[in-house]
Design a protein around this ligand. Structure first.
Ligand code: ZN
Length: 344
């Protein structure tokens, strides 16, 4: 199986200083993929800059020129969480263009699946605003591009970042062509993502939120896949699966309070891979969102690539959460979600 890797050193040029979302994240991932011999098993995919027209599939012209202006003036803070350097606008064009390139490579059969290791991340960016470390919504831009270019009718976005992808949800809230399924810690930043947010108009039911209490780990996420994500995806019948892959639900990650392990992320990738194989000839694109504990992030992405390459096992150098015995019960939550979405 051919797994594609989108990466370019340009992604290191979005200089956020001492911010938790910084270039060391990608450096740690790439070093780990090199040291473990995995990188040479991947098919390199060259990213390109997204055009302003492509960004405008999702964002307002005002938002796009605002980001360009801030970069032109030397960068600065856009909100309390989100900072730019002079190169950030160009890097953000390559982040969106990187996910587009990954989707094109998969749609055109050059690789079976791909992972775009890009930054800045994207899932919090709304049509009008940057927020939560995100400038442009990379995965939404790639989804719109794929819908138009390949005349697709149904794309599934699965978002397992520990934060709710409010931007992606907003962009596709009234669009029946894109199903957005998110697992996230709740209540938590950014505050959206309750069970009752299900889409509007003809898109009612194509937003599926799985707001999890703090403390959930491998077992709970597995239940979520079995009971909600798998039946919802099978009913929707996507022609392409895109994944907002954030690794900040790892137990060692200090931005949130979940308890997933590296093996748990590997199992989620396996479940997603299985869905893509069954529903859309394996067409599957991952893109990086969060994940801030460098060795957990690097090992989890390697475990994801192991699955994409068809390997049956991978290492978990960090092991299980020392707190896994304290995971909450989520049966009632899952029953409520199944009821709202009329899932079997
Ligand atoms: Zn996150």
């Amino acid at each position: 199986m051919k797994a594609g890797l989108v990466y370019d050193p340009i992604y290191l040029k979005h200089d956020t200083g001492g911010h938790v979302e910084n270039a060391a994240r990608l450096e740690a991932i790439i070093s780990h993929l090199e040291e473990t011999g995995l990188k040479k098993q991947l098919t390199p995919i060259k990213p390109r800059a997204a055009s302003v027209e492509e960004l405008a599939l999702v964002h307002t012209k005002q938002h796009i020129s605002h980001i360009q202006d801030v970069a032109g003036k030397g960068g600065g803070w856009l909100d309390a969480d989100t900072v730019m350097s002079p190169d950030s606008y160009e890097v953000a064009l390559y982040a969106a263009g990187g996910v587009i390139a990954a989707a094109e490579a998969v749609m055109e059969g050059k690789v079976n699946s791909a992972f775009a290791l890009v930054r800045p991340p994207g899932h919090h960016a709304t049509p009008h605003h940057a927020m939560g470390f995100c400038l442009f919504n990379n995965i939404a831009i790639a989804a719109e591009h794929a819908l138009a270019r390949y005349k697709l009718e149904r794309i599934l976005i699965i978002d397992f970042d520990v934060h709710h992808g409010n931007g992606t949800q907003e962009i596709f809230y009234d669009r029946p062509e894109v199903m957005y399924i998110s697992t996230h810690e709740y209540p938590f930043y950014p505050g959206t993502g309750s069970v009752g947010e299900t889409g509007s108009g003809s898109a009612k039911g194509t937003t599926v939120n799985i707001p999890l209490p703090a403390g959930c780990g491998d077992n709970e996420y597995l239940l979520v896949f079995e009971q909600v994500i798998t039946p919802a995806a099978k009913r929707f019948k996507p022609q392409l699966v895109l994944v907002s892959a954030g690794y900040d639900a790892h137990w060692a990650d200090e931005l949130a309070l979940m308890q997933l392990s590296v093996s748990g992320f590997g199992e989620m990738a396996r479940a997603i891979r299985g869905l893509a194989n069954e529903l859309c000839e394996g067409r599957l694109v991952f893109t990086l969102e969060g994940g801030y504990h460098l060795s957990a992030l690097a090992a989890s992405i390697k475990a994801t690539f192991d699955v994409l390459l068809g390997k049956t096992s991978s290492d978990d150098p960090l092991g299980k959460s020392p707190r896994s015995a304290t995971a909450p019960k989520i049966d009632r939550l899952l029953t409520a979600i199944k009821e709202v979405h009329a899932l079997p």
